[in-house]
Design a protein around this ligand. Structure first.
Ligand SMILES: [Zn+2]
Length: 311
C-alpha cells in the first residue's frame, strides 16, 4: 500500500515535470511571431529577416493575381492569429483585404505595429492625375507593384526588421543581424544586375499589364505599349490594333506578361508581329527555381536578355 502510494506520488511528479517541459516547449513555439503577407515577395523578405524566429504565410501564390482573390475562410483564420501583416497596398488588395481585416486580429489593424503596407513607405510611380473608378482602373493610387524596385525592397526590409523587433524584442538582435546581411548582399547584387542588364538599356517592350514598371525603370527599359487598355481593363479590338501598330513601328524586343495574365492576347500579338513573348516570374515562385528575391531579379533579367536578337 505504502509502496503504491510512493509510486503514485513519483508518477505524479514525473507527469508534472513532463507537463512543465511540454508547456515550455510549446509556449516557445507559440511565441514565434506569426506573419501573414498578401503576396509571396513579402513572405520571402520576412523569411530572410525573420529566419527561424518567425512563421510566415502568404495569402496569394505566384500563380494568383493579387488584384483579384477571394478572402476564403482559411485565409480569415490566418488573419485572426497574425501578429504582423505585410502587403503591397496602393489599392492592390482593395477587393479582399478590407474583408479580411474586418475579421482579423487587433494587432494587424491599420495604425498598429503589426500593419505594414509597403506603398505607404516607398515612393510610388504612375500616380494617375485623374481616376475614373467607373472604368475599373485597378491602380487608382499609383503603381502598387513596388517590390520590383530594389530600393523599395530595402526600405521594406528595414521596416520588417523594426516591426518584428517590436513584436518580439527577445529576437531583436537576430533580426538586425539578418537585415545587415541582407542589405550587404542586396547592394552587391544590384551592381551585378545592372551590369548584366546593360544590353537592355533603352530597349523597348510591350507588356500585358503595368506589372513590371518598377523593374523596367530600374533597368532603363521602356514600355511602349500595354495590351490592357487601362490597368485591369481588358483590351478592345481597336486598342489591340493600335498595339499591333506600335509594335510594328518601333524596335520592340518582345511581349511581356506575368504567370497569371491571360495568355491569348499576348500570344496573338506575338504571332501577328513576329516578336517573341515571355512570361517573367513577377514574384518569388513565379518560375521554376525562383525561390527568393535575388533569384527573382536575376531570372527576370536573363529572360529579358533572351529576347535580344541573336547576332
Ligand atoms: Zn497591377
Amino acid at each position: 500500500m505504502r509502496t503504491s502510494t510512493k509510486l503514485n506520488k513519483f508518477h505524479i511528479f514525473i507527469l508534472v515535470i513532463a507537463g512543465v517541459v511540454l508547456s515550455v516547449g510549446s509556449s516557445s513555439t507559440e511565441a514565434k511571431p506569426y506573419v501573414l503577407t498578401c503576396e509571396p515577395e513579402w513572405r520571402s523578405l520576412v523569411q530572410v529577416i525573420g529566419g527561424d524566429r518567425v512563421k510566415v504565410d502568404s495569402a496569394t501564390t505566384a500563380q494568383q493575381d493579387p488584384h483579384f482573390i477571394r478572402a476564403k475562410p482559411s485565409l480569415i483564420a490566418k488573419a485572426r492569429r497574425a501578429d504582423l501583416l505585410v502587403c503591397s497596398g496602393a489599392g492592390l488588395e482593395s477587393g479582399w483585404l478590407p474583408l479580411l481585416l474586418e475579421r482579423a486580429s487587433k494587432q494587424i489593424q491599420p495604425g498598429q505595429v503589426g500593419y505594414l503596407i509597403a506603398a505607404e513607405h516607398v515612393p510610388l510611380i504612375e500616380i494617375p492625375e485623374l481616376v475614373d473608378r467607373s472604368q475599373g482602373d485597378v491602380h487608382p493610387e499609383g503603381n502598387p507593384h513596388v517590390h520590383l524596385d530594389p530600393a523599395n525592397v530595402e526600405l521594406i526590409a528595414k521596416l520588417v526588421a523594426e516591426r518584428l523587433s517590436k513584436i518580439d524584442p527577445g529576437s531583436s538582435e537576430q533580426y538586425q543581424k539578418n537585415l545587415e546581411i541582407f542589405k550587404n548582399r542586396w547592394k552587391t547584387s544590384q551592381v551585378k544586375w545592372l551590369q548584366l542588364a546593360k544590353p537592355l538599356n533603352r530597349k523597348n517592350v510591350v507588356a500585358f499589364h503595368k506589372s513590371f514598371s518598377y523593374l523596367f525603370r530600374f533597368l532603363n527599359i521602356q514600355v511602349i505599349g500595354y495590351i490592357e487598355k487601362k490597368p485591369g481593363i481588358a483590351p478592345s479590338a481597336s486598342h489591340l490594333a493600335t498595339v499591333v501598330d506600335t509594335v510594328r513601328s518601333g524596335a520592340v524586343l518582345g511581349v511581356v506578361r506575368t504567370p497569371f495574365d491571360p495568355s491569348d492576347s499576348s500570344e496573338w500579338l506575338s504571332q501577328k508581329t513576329g516578336k517573341p513573348s515571355v512570361i517573367l516570374p513577377f514574384t518569388v515562385g513565379g518560375a521554376p527555381g525562383v525561390s527568393d528575391l535575388f533569384l527573382l531579379y536575376e531570372y527576370s533579367i536573363k529572360a529579358l536578355l533572351d529576347l535580344l536578337p541573336q547576332s
